[in-house]
Design a protein around this ligand. Structure first.
Ligand code: ISL
Length: 627
């Protein structure tokens, strides 16, 4: 057991210790702090001063998490096993904003079916649909009311059956988004629990008595405010880590788990090929003790240390694999998990997840999408080298820059419209030449960018709306709008831009969320017929990846490890090598490594290579195939 007297280097040897210390260092904007050999000899009790949070309880919380997570790290096997989901290009669709087919201003399943030829042309192998189930849409479908019913605005079960049939007929697999940490408070289980506290469904949720008339503990919601609703009828409080209408499920209840396994098996029997698992690492709550204030201030959510890597997480994930997912593909949305913890959750021999989403690269150290800042691409070099070199052959990375929760990456890096296409293509080169499964978010292949919002009334994102009203306590409407406009999830949810007709061809009705007015310049119709467009670049690089096992299973070797402004690397297999060179800055950079001899220029975001590396230049070279 580790104690306050344990040295940092001893803790750093454990999977959880390494991730927690690296996470703290990143939040403190000192990402390599704990690799310092001098500091490594210090006792953990000094950690408070090091990270600027010399607060009581931080080191106790870290020691407790490390001591209770006493797993042995998975081995490092010599070979990679081949799987379809390691070779696939996955395309995330946010159904509400993809294509409307009935003119109600909301995307739907028949609209997706209509766009299958577009997905085929791009080279997509699988689609991930954000939740399509019956929901009151407090959190746009991530608040599920009936897991076995299609959301009315999206169509009916017959439309789902038609969609999966046509996707499969076109060689495209289907991944559904499964939200298992919580349900809508309008779900039948929760309604029964309110109506009859003695019913079996009562214990499917997490209830507690208040404290002196206040919440049972000091936990805060991811969506602002306390994480509890009070229910007068029984004088109890119900836990909601997200919106007030998303009630956390009690995974310690075997009856609840059995209901979930049955429901997942039902979808698998309908032919679903895989599942994206919403905040899946939060399902095991250790206890309901107060959260540490310093950790809450550092991470932004008080109480998170009691549930982000709970005591039964591995047990429940293994049971999910055995009794529900079986051989279906799974990718866990594992908020707060570092590389080592993702290895514990997804190494092949552990029989838990197939892959995991780690978010460490989505913001620069110490930043979040709640901050206004220019994303510095140079941070990606150390991040990707670590994940390409240390993840192990029995784990498989996921490669993404956008999703439905984050602003458009091009806008985060540099909003200069003259650089938009070059940056979009640079991100494409990283996503499709590094080792891992690429997850492309709708519109990223067009180089879509953030919108601008003139009022909170234009927001549809519950997280942004709640935060706006919280900020109003002490700030003007203009300030609250400006601050929430940096990270509102609405940026990713403006309707897909299909063509230059009204509403960008998304709907003939009134769109549920405003269309970005730049659709006249940025749209699929224009780009699919224009050589050199962002779409064509994605299509060509996806095609290159498909014809070359090297870009899928080849080894990774960095070139110029110490150079800050450029990221150059090889992908190698026995008879073929690719060399990639990237300028991570908006300034011209000297080429410190000529492309190796016997390599030919394959593709690049400036069309051809030049004497030096121009702003954000990214080039792919290929060796002549050795026979
Ligand atoms: O963006 C995030 C991490 O980078 C978090 O703010 C995000 O809310 C968290 O990852 C959880 O997101 C998932 O669960 C939420 C839902 O609102 C998100 O859309 C979903 O991706 C609650 O179900």
């Amino acid at each position: 057991m580790f104690t306050q007297k344990s040295k940092l280097k001893e803790l750093y040897q454990t999977p959880v210790g390494k991730d927690l210390l690296d996470t703290l260092a990143r939040y403190a904007q000192r990402p390599n702090l704990f690799q310092n050999p001098i500091l490594a000899n210090l006792k953990i009790k000094t950690i408070g001063r090091l990270i600027g949070k010399n607060a009581p309880g931080v080191t106790d919380a870290i020691l407790h998490l490390i001591n209770s997570a006493n797993e042995t790290p998975p081995p490092f096997p010599p070979a990679i096993t081949k799987k379809w989901w390691k070779e696939a290009v996955v395309y995330q669709i946010y159904p509400r904003s993809f294509q409307d087919s009935d003119g109600d201003g909301i995307g739907d399943l028949n609209g997706i079916r209509r766009r299958i030829p577009y997905l085929k042309e791009l080279g997509v192998d699988a689609v991930w649909l954000s939740p399509i189930y019956d929901s009151p849409n407090d959190d746009m479908g991530y608040d599920i009311r009936d897991y076995r019913k299609i959301m009315a605005e999206f169509g009916g079960m017959e439309d789902f059956d038609a969609l999966i049939r046509e996707l499969h007929a076109n060689g495209i697999r289907l991944i559904l988004d499964m939200v298992l940490n919580h349900t809508s408070d309008e779900h039948e289980w929760f309604q029964k629990a309110l109506a009859n506290p003695q019913c079996v469904e009562r214990d499917y949720y997490i209830w507690a008595k208040g404290r002196d008339g206040d919440e049972p503990n000091n936990w805060t919601s991811f969506f602002s405010g306390p994480a509890w609703n009070r229910y007068e009828e029984t004088d109890e409080w119900g836990l909601h880590l997200f919106s007030k209408k998303q009630m956390d499920l009690n995974w310690d209840n075997p009856g609840l788990r059995a209901e979930v396994y049955d429901m997942i098996s039902w979808w698998r029997e309908k032919g679903v090929d895989g599942f994206r698992l919403d905040v899946i690492n939060l399902i095991s709550k250790e206890n309901l003790e107060d959260g540490n204030n310093a950790i809450g201030a550092l991470v932004g959510f008080r109480g998170i240390e009691h549930y982000f890597y709970g005591p039964h997480l591995h047990e429940y994930l293994h049971e999910l694999r055995e009794k529900a997912f079986r051989d279906a593909y799974t990718v866990g949305e594992t908020v707060g998990m570092g590389l080592e913890m993702c290895r514990m959750l997804s190494a092949e021999e552990r029989g838990e997840l197939c892959t995991a989403f780690n978010f460490d690269h989505m913001d620069n150290p110490g930043k979040s999408r709640a901050n206004e800042y220019r994303y510095d691409l140079r941070f990606l070099k150390s991040h990707f080298i670590k994940w390409q070199e240390e993840y192990g052959n029995n784990c498989w990375p996921t490669l993404f820059f956008e999703n439905h929760d984050n602003p458009r990456m091009v806008s985060k890096i540099n909003p200069d419209p003259r650089l938009r296409e070059v940056i979009a293509k640079l991100l494409c080169v990283l996503q499709f030449t590094l080792k891992g499964t690429p997850f492309l978010y709708q519109g990223q292949e067009l180089g879509m960018v953030n919108a601008s919002f003139s009022s909170v009334n234009e927001y549809r994102d519950v997280e942004a709306i709640n935060r706006y009203h919280e900020l109003l306590k002490g700030r003007t409407q203009e300030e609250a709008l400006r601050i929430t406009s940096w990270g509102t999830r609405d940026h990713a949810r403006t309707p897909m831009q299909w063509d230059s007709s009204e509403n960008a061809g998304f709907t003939t009705g009134e769109p549920w969320l405003k269309v970005n007015p730049n659709y006249a310049q940025i749209n699929a119709e224009e780009e699919t017929r224009t050589s050199g467009s962002v779409f064509q670049f994605f299509k060509n690089l996806i095609a290159l990846r498909k014809e070359s096992e090297t870009l899928v299973y080849g080894s990774f070797r960095v070139s110029g490890r110490k150079e800050k402004d450029t990221f150059c690397y090889y992908r190698e297999s026995e008879n073929e090598t690719f060399y990639i060179e990237i300028n991570l800055t908006e300034h011209e950079q000297p080429r410190n490594h000529a492309a190796p001899p016997a390599f030919h220029f394959c593709m690049g975001n400036y069309g051809r290579a030049a004497e030096s590396l121009r702003p954000y230049e990214a080039n792919v070279y290929q060796s002549i195939r050795r026979r």
